[in-house]
Design a protein around this ligand. Structure first.
Ligand code: AR6
Length: 186
C-alpha cells in the first residue's frame, strides 16, 4: 500500500527490514545503543560487529532521539538507531516520545544525505506500545516530514507480521480519509 504526500511517498509493506534496498535503515534501539533482540538483533547480525563498534563510539542516545552510524556490512548508506519509549514507563509522555523518535530518525537520515529510509514498528515489540496507537503517531509524523519537503522523500514502513501490517494499513486509510494531502496510490 502506497500514498503520495507532498512531493514524497510513503509505502507500507511486510518484510525483514535488513533486506530493504534504501539509503537508510532504522533500527529500534535501546538508549545504551548496546544491541539487543527483535529488529535491533536482526540489524546487528546483518551488519556484523562493526555496527556495535560504531555504537560504542557514540555511547548512547536518549529516549525520543536518534543517531546515524555507518552501516557495517549492510548495503545501505547509514543505519539510524532510534530509541522509542517503553510503553507505560515514561510518565504519560510516550506518544510525544514516539513521535520525536520518528522525527529525529528522519532528520538525521536527511543530514546523512539519505533520500530513502525504511522504518520498523519502533516500540511495538518488547517496549509494548499498542500497535494501533503507534501506527497513528508514526504515520502522522511521517506525513508532517514529507509535507515539509526535506529529504528523505521516500519512506517505507516495514512490518514484520501480518497483523501489524493490517493495523498500519487501517491507520493509513483513516489518515487518507481525514487529510486530503495524503493520497492513496502513486
Ligand atoms: N524487520 C522488521 N521488523 C522487525 C524485524 C525485522 N527483521 N524483527 C522484528 N521486527 P522490537 P522495541 C519488528 O522489540 O519494541 C531490542 O532489544 C517486531 O515484530 O525489536 O522498540 C532493542 O535493543 C516489532 O513489531 O523493538 C531494545 O532494547 C518491531 O520490530 C528493544 O528491543 C519492534 O520490536 C526495543 O524494543
Amino acid at each position: 500500500m502506497r500514498a503520495r504526500i507532498g512531493a514524497g511517498s510513503l509505502e507500507l509493506r511486510r518484510g525483514d527490514i535488513t533486506r530493504e534496498g534504501v539509503d537508510a535503515i532504522v533500527t529500534a534501539a535501546n538508549s545504551a545503543l548496546a544491541g539487543g533482540g527483535g529488529v535491533d538483533g536482526a540489524v546487528h547480525r546483518a551488519a556484523g560487529p562493526e555496527l556495535l563498534a560504531e555504537c560504542r563510539k557514540i555511547g548512547g542516545c536518549p529516549t525520543g532521539d536518534a543517531v546515524a552510524t555507518p552501516p557495517g556490512r549492510l548495503p545501505v548508506r547509514a543505519v539510524v538507531h532510534a530509541v522509542g519509549p517503553v510503553y507505560g514507563a515514561c510518565g504519560g509522555r510516550e506518544d510525544e516520545l514516539l513521535a520525536r523518535a520518528h522525527r529525529r530518525a528522519l532528520e538525521v537520515a536527511g543530514e546523512a544525505g539519505c533520500r530513502s529510509i525504511a522504518f520498523p514498528a519502533i516500540s511495538c515489540g518488547v517496549y509494548g506500545f499498542p500497535v494501533e496507537r503507534a501506527a497513528r503517531i508514526a504515520l502522522e509524523t511521517i506525513r508532517d516530514h514529507l509535507l515539509g519537503g526535506s529529504p528523505p522523500h521516500e519512506v517505507r514502513y516495514v512490518l514484520f507480521g501480518a497483523r501489524e501490517l493490517e493495523v498500519f494499513r487501517g491507520a493509513l486509510r483513516e489518515l487518507v480519509e481525514r487529510d486530503p494531502r495524503v493520497v492513496l496510490g502513486g
